[in-house]
Design a protein around this ligand. Structure first.
Ligand code: HEC
Ligand code: HEC
Ligand code: HEC
Length: 211
């Protein structure tokens, strides 16, 4: 049979080439063949480097863990709502119409206003004990007593001089109408200080009658 002969011939050839390959395969030729096919084949006689460890990176960053909260120690303080305002209000002296008489509050020592909220300027304001008497023409009963003392306990000279008032008694021509409209004494009285509409005798002392 022809195919049987061919097969046996093929087997012999394979056997012979296997023997030939085995005996002819040196380290060098092995290396050459391998280097032809693969990258990084070490030269003959050298060990291949140990495999690099395989690092598997996470596919998304790890979830955010917030840092522990910083605890600040707060000194206990007297908050405005802890102050008993009603009791304090009852201690303050009142004027004829029930408003607070701030002048008497200083005189009696119930309050002691700071000279300044700026600690670098603790000097007291100079208190000027000077009364200015103003005489509206033909109305002796309505003589005005302007007390510098009561004002300079709260205010600096420059609050009034010389934008509002000249430093000369009688220099400013004032009328009650202008005062009610917020000019002269009305820049403060009726706004931050007692109301001129209800306190005539505090400025016109003769209206209060003999004391
Ligand atoms: C709240 C306002 C006010 C303040 C603050 C004030 N004055 Fe006067 N001063 C007056 C008025 C009002 C007159 C009278 C002006 C007029 O009649 O035209 C006057 C008048 C004067 C006169 C003239 C007195 C006279 O008899 O002619 C002098 C001096 C004076 N002031 C000095 C001062 C000094 C110094 C200070 C600060 C320590 C001061 N004043 C703070 C309102 C003020
Ligand atoms: C904050 C102080 C103050 C008070 C409060 C006040 N006056 Fe006067 N009054 C004055 C001054 C200042 C003048 C002008 C004085 C001058 O320069 O001749 C004046 C003037 C007057 C005059 C003279 C005419 C005129 O209109 O100027 C009359 C009247 C008068 N006042 C009535 C009153 C009556 C009434 C009240 C109360 C409802 C009152 N005053 C409250 C400060 C005051
Ligand atoms: C810059 C602001 C200011 C001006 C202007 C001013 N005053 Fe006063 N006055 C005050 C303050 C503040 C007080 C004290 C607090 C209060 O009584 O409300 C006061 C208090 C007074 C007192 C009370 C004194 C006492 O012994 O009770 C009289 C009187 C007075 N002022 C008159 C006048 C007259 C008159 C004028 C105008 C010629 C005038 N003031 C202008 C701010 C002012």
């Amino acid at each position: 049979m022809i195919w049987q002969r061919t097969l046996s011939l093929l087997l012999i050839c394979l056997l012979l080439s296997a023997i030939g390959l085995d005996s002819g395969c040196t380290e060098q030729s092995r290396h050459d063949v391998l280097a032809e096919i693969f990258d990084g084949v070490p030269p003959v006689g050298q060990q291949s480097p140990p495999p690099r460890p395989y690092v598997r990176h996470p596919r998304r960053p790890p979830p955010y863990t917030p840092p522990p909260p910083i605890l600040i120690k707060v000194k206990p303080y007297k908050a405005a709502f802890q102050i008993d305002w009603k009791t304090l209000l009852r201690k303050l002296p009142k004027d004829a119409v029930g408003g607070i008489d701030w002048v008497k509050a200083i005189e009696t020592g119930v309050i002691k206003p700071k000279n300044s909220i700026d600690p670098k300027h603790p000097q007291p304001n100079p208190v000027l004990p000077l009364d200015v008497h103003l005489h509206p023409a033909g109305l002796p009963l309505f003589e005005v007593t302007y007390p510098h003392k009561a004002h300079t306990e709260w205010l600096a000279c420059t609050n009034c001089h010389t934008r509002i008032f000249q430093m000369k008694a009688g220099a400013d021509k004032m009328t009650m109408k202008e005062i009610f409209n917020g000019k002269f004494c009305g820049e403060c009285h009726g706004k931050v200080s007692f109301d001129p509409t209800t306190a005539c005798p505090r400025c016109h002392r003769k209206l209060a009658g003999p004391s």
